[in-house]
Design a protein around this ligand. Structure first.
Ligand SMILES: NC(=O)c1ccc[n+]([C@@H]2O[C@H](COP(=O)([O-])OP(=O)(O)OC[C@H]3O[C@@H](n4cnc5c(N)ncnc54)[C@H](OP(=O)(O)O)[C@@H]3O)[C@@H](O)[C@H]2O)c1
Length: 281
């Protein structure tokens, strides 16, 4: 069995390959990357795979049985990029495709859902046996917010009382490995999220507890939060997206209590305390 992983040079891809290597001989793993030299340290075969260069896609999938398509990072371009990957997978005769999507991609108000949903539809239309891993938020998404809180003495955001069932990239990588190596996952869609949901006030309280400082959460109107992010150097367009996702969060977009992730990986997801500990460093 040969498993190929896209986004191998990314954070989730790297962790997933490390974990796969503990369970599968390295010669059964292929790292797909637009810049394979960045994947040279992974200790597995690398092949050129650039979503923007469709001619690189099908040849790189020769001899591959299972493809893990880790969603790309070029927001706004991913619909056609992922469609090209799915078409190449079909052409190469891939036996199963596993895709990292977004929690409730088909109904989420989070704008990112559109491209994920489009990709899911392309996968279903291809007829290739599939598993959809609808990943919730990464705890690591709060890395910059936590650093900002440490620097300025307050955590800012616009998510109000919205509860966030986040988990670490390592937890989601465990889920990918479980599905890639396990049986009975074909045709399944998993809504994956952390076991324990927290609000941004809970996050601030945990930072306070671990640092011994009093770091409150300041909930801001979306426009003020976006302006604060822009002031801190975040590009205006991205700042507006982040503020918008916080409003979605305040409306429950990142809450989930199905525990599908911990069931799939066979252990509890990373706690808020451990997640914050890693972010504080
Ligand atoms: N659930 C969440 O909270 C959350 C948060 C952030 C992102 N995400 C999604 O989950 C994915 C994985 O997360 P991550 O933290 O590993 O992201 P990441 O570190 O940004 O990795 C993204 C990967 O996609 C690759 N990529 C981007 N454009 C490509 C292209 N045109 N052709 C081939 N490869 C391309 C990147 O390659 P290079 O190394 O060459 O750039 C990189 O390997 C992200 O890409 C994004 O879709 C989810």
């Amino acid at each position: 069995m040969t498993i190929a992983i896209t986004g191998a040079t990314g954070q989730l891809g790297r962790i997933t390959i490390d974990k796969l290597k503990q369970r599968l001989p390295a010669d059964q793993i292929v790292a797909l990357a637009r810049s394979p030299e960045k994947a040279a340290d992974l200790g597995v075969a690398t092949r050129v795979f650039d979503y923007n260069r469709p001619e690189t896609l099908a040849p790189a999938l020769a001899g591959v049985d299972t493809l893990l398509l880790i969603s790309g990072s070029e927001v706004g371009k991913r619909g056609p990029q992922h469609a090209a990957v799915v078409a190449a997978a079909k052409q190469a005769g891939i036996a199963r495709i596993v895709y990292t999507s977004l929690l409730r991609a088909d109904t989420t108000p989070i704008s990112l859902g559109v491209e994920h949903s489009e990709t899911e539809r392309a996968i279903l239309a291809s007829g290739i046996p599939y598993t959809l891993l609808r990943n919730g938020w990464y705890i690591e998404n709060y890395a910059a917010g936590v650093q900002g809180a440490l620097a300025h003495g307050a955590l800012i955001g616009a998510a109000g009382e919205g509860r966030i069932a986040a988990a670490t990239r390592a937890d989601y990588a465990d889920a990918a490995v479980a599905v890639l190596l396990g049986t009975g996952h074909e045709g399944k869609t998993y809504e994956l999220a952390g076991d324990t949901a927290f609000t941004l006030a809970d996050l601030a309280a945990e930072i306070s507890r671990q640092t011994g400082r009093d770091i409150p959460f300041r909930n801001l109107p979306a426009a003020d939060y976006a302006a604060a992010l822009t002031g801190a150097g975040v590009p205006a367009h991205f700042a507006e997206l982040l503020a918008g996702w916080d409003i979605d969060t305040s409306n429950g977009a990142l809450f989930d209590n199905g525990h599908a992730l911990s069931k799939l990986i066979g252990h509890p997801t990373t706690s808020l305390a451990d997640g914050v500990k890693a972010l504080i460093g």
